[in-house]
Design a binder for this molecule. Structure first.
Ligand SMILES: Nc1ncnc2c1ncn2[C@@H]1O[C@H](COP(=O)(O)OP(=O)(O)OP(=O)(O)O)[C@@H](O)[C@H]1O
Ligand SMILES: Cc1ncc(C[n+]2csc(CCO)c2C)c(N)n1
Length: 277
């Protein structure tokens, strides 16, 4: 550990919002802290965990066409319930974006039941996800009293590549905010160079595969423990070494870094549990 690392605070990461206890009947999600999680619903295939995350969020916002995804997926996820009752129960607080993708009947339905719709069609330089994060941080007043706030973004990975890069860019646009991108397969978030990092792994959900990616700029010194292929003060850059197809060994990964890095880990095991129940 260098002098610089010793002066940095440690940041703990634990994906408690994904954790569950198994019983014979069902999965009980164990994270009951609902007042610090915000859910953002994007316009791409929503992961199976979405409704569980919904229950554990204190605020839910759809990015433009994300409202269509929510509206359409509810009767598919819960086929034995009345679609209108379901859509009323899972009512987003806000729909925000340039509103070129949300269908008119979907917008009308949610407006009628009290969802706030924010039209930002004048801004064609930031994505709808960016607009939603700005809303959460600036317009809603959620963040002020909640330093532990996590913004969980569903439908963020595995779709159109330009959108995926836009979603990753949002992590770099709001580096001090804990934003977690989720799909059925992967979870990704930024590790800030301001901290050293301890990432707690729940092996029944997370891994085995992971990556540490120097997306914003090359890194000159990264040191890790807890991985199959650890970095020993290694440099990483696109065109050279980047850490993909790495694997987690054990329940704790530590990362010392000199530039912000993207951390990504597989979460497919979660779906195997969810599908079984
Ligand atoms: N295929 C996708 N893969 C990943 N993320 C997506 C995808 N489609 C949309 N998103 C995310 O959902 C948000 C809302 O999507 P929406 O389709 O409403 O956006 P848009 O700006 O109208 O996109 P488009 O460029 O297709 O017009 C986007 O800002 C983006 O974050
Ligand atoms: C250099 C540059 N490239 C692309 C866009 C287009 N764009 C970026 S975000 C966005 C909103 C999507 O809802 C749109 C249309 C731009 N403005 N500037």
């Amino acid at each position: 550990m260098t002098k610089k690392d010793a002066s940095k605070a440690e940041l703990y990461h634990r994906a408690t919002f994904l954790h569950f206890e198994k019983s014979n009947e069902c999965i009980n999600l164990t994270d009951t802290t609902t007042d610090t999680n915000v859910l953002v619903v994007l316009n791409y295939q929503l992961p199976l965990i979405t409704l569980s995350l919904w229950e554990k969020a204190c605020f839910r916002i759809c990015a433009d066409g994300g409202a269509n995804q929510l509206y359409d997926c509810l009767p598919e996820l819960l086929p034995n319930s009345d679609p209108t009752a379901l859509r009323t129960r899972y009512k987003p607080d806000v729909i925000k974006g340039d509103l070129d993708s949300v269908r008119s009947e979907v917008k009308a339905f949610y407006e009628q039941i009290g969802t706030i719709v924010v039209d930002e069609s004048h801004d064609q330089d930031t994505t709808d996800l960016h607009k939603c994060i700005s809303y959460v941080l600036n317009d809603h007043g959620l963040s002020a009293g909640k330093p532990d706030m996590k913004i969980l973004v569903v439908g963020a990975l595995g779709g159109r590549l330009d959108h995926e890069f836009g979603n990753l860019n949002v992590l770099y646009s709001f580096p001090k905010t804990r934003i977690i991108l989720l799909s059925d397969e992967s979870m990704a978030f930024l590790l800030s160079k301001e901290f050293t990092h301890k990432i707690h792994i729940n092996p029944s959900i997370e891994g085995p595969y992971c990556g540490l990616i120097p997306l914003g700029q090359p890194s000159t010194s990264t040191k890790t423990t807890g991985l199959k292929w650890n970095l020993e003060e290694a440099s990483m850059e696109f065109g050279g070494l980047i850490s993909v197809c790495n694997q987690i060994e054990g329940e704790l990964v530590t990362v010392l870094l000199d530039t912000d890095l993207l951390w990504t880990v597989t979460i497919e095991k979660l779906n195997q549990h969810l599908k079984r129940n």
